[in-house]
Design a protein around this ligand. Structure first.
Ligand SMILES: [Zn+2]
Length: 343
């Protein structure tokens, strides 16, 4: 099963069909993870933490190379959540927490505090062009201010990584929660990235319109007014390497490319980004398919604020099964280390 069959097909088919597919996959996969060493392509920014008896391996590096691309982890903010971790994930067992602590020890603050990062990713493409995935909590006064640590540092972090806002030609918003689209527009209500299309699933826009949200006025309408909102419906290839287009890689697969795939559940139109350099050379930028290491340990553990917990469980299990099979590295928004390997 590859990504198409594992995730995006599951999006377009009915829940009952998905459940049948996933139960089959779970029976084979068994959900058992094991530690495995970081690959040589990793550029360590600091020493890696070694899980004592880990089921997955976190990676402190800020950059991963994937085919012709580089994936840069950009931390906009970090801080404690307003709920304790055992209230946010009330279905987790003691063993789940012990395993999660090995994957992401920094998530466990005093008095059961959940400490999390708020991270975006930039994908550097040939020609010094960029695809940005999510835009963080935003400035002082942004909608995330109600609960997240603001202001975020994304503008400074982009500058510090030599990323000119004008060279960002694509911004993928995994979903339209406040902590993922905060810097999409400036305080003046114009797009922060003047030459970018902003890729959002149509289903996310529909759900936002139906439910009403501060994000409609803050992000969606300004982007639409500027002609920069780019709604998509389902999986879409965003970019490929022209030098490799039309021929197979050494690994016998498609050329290097960046895709979005629907990963619904956390929100109705949630999407994730696949950065592919060939078989066993992939990063999946998950968005909020999983928001805590405890959901890597047990994908059935729900997060309190998932729009549809059943759908989120199915998506999470499917994504983790596929990632394990494809040996993809996870790049998450909220774990305290940007890259996590599964086995
Ligand atoms: Zn989030």
């Amino acid at each position: 099963m590859d990504w198409e069959k594992g995730i995006s097909v599951s999006y377009s088919e009915g829940l009952v069909r998905r459940r049948a597919l996933l139960l089959g996959a779970a029976a084979v996969g068994g959900g058992v993870l094991a530690a495995r060493p970081a690959q040589a392509q990793t550029r360590p920014a600091q020493a890696e933490a070694r899980p004592a008896q880990g089921k997955a391996r976190s990676d402190c590096s800020k950059i991963r190379s994937v085919g012709c691309f580089e994936v840069l982890a950009l931390r906009d903010a970090a801080g404690p959540f307003f709920l304790n971790y055992d209230d946010a994930f009330s279905g987790a067992s003691g063993n789940d927490w012990a395993a999660a602590r090995r994957i992401d020890p920094a998530a466990f603050g005093p008095d059961r505090t959940w400490h999390l990062g708020f991270r975006c990713y930039a994908i550097r493409r040939p020609g010094d062009r960029y695809t940005l995935v999510d835009t963080g909590v935003g400035p002082e006064g942004s909608p995330a201010s109600a609960w997240a640590p603001v202001p975020g540092a994304l503008p400074q972090v982009l500058a510090g990584n030599g990323i000119d806002l004008r060279r960002v030609d694509t911004v993928v918003l995994t979903h339209l929660h406040e902590d993922h689209a905060g810097w999409a527009v400036t305080a003046e209500g114009v797009p922060m990235f003047p030459h970018a299309r902003y890729v959002v699933q149509q289903r996310e826009l529909d759900a936002l319109e139906a439910g009403g949200s501060e994000m409609l006025g803050y992000v969606v309408r300004p982007l639409r007014a500027a002609g920069q909102l780019h709604p998509v419906d389902g999986p879409v290839v965003l970019s490929g390497d022209p030098a490799k287009a039309g021929r197979r890689t050494l690994a016998g697969r498609r050329g290097d490319r960046i895709r979005v795939v629907p990963t619904p559940g956390h929100t109705p139109g949630h999407q994730s980004v696949l950065v592919e350099g060939g078989r066993h050379d992939q990063v999946v930028i998950t968005g909020d398919v999983l928001v805590h290491a405890v959901q890597v340990v047990d994908p059935d553990v729900a997060y309190r604020y998932e729009a549809d917990q059943d759908e989120a469980r199915l998506t999470r299990r499917s994504l983790l099964d596929t990632a394990r099979r494809e040996r993809a590295v996870l790049a998450t928004a909220h774990l305290n280390r940007p890259f996590v390997e599964l086995d």
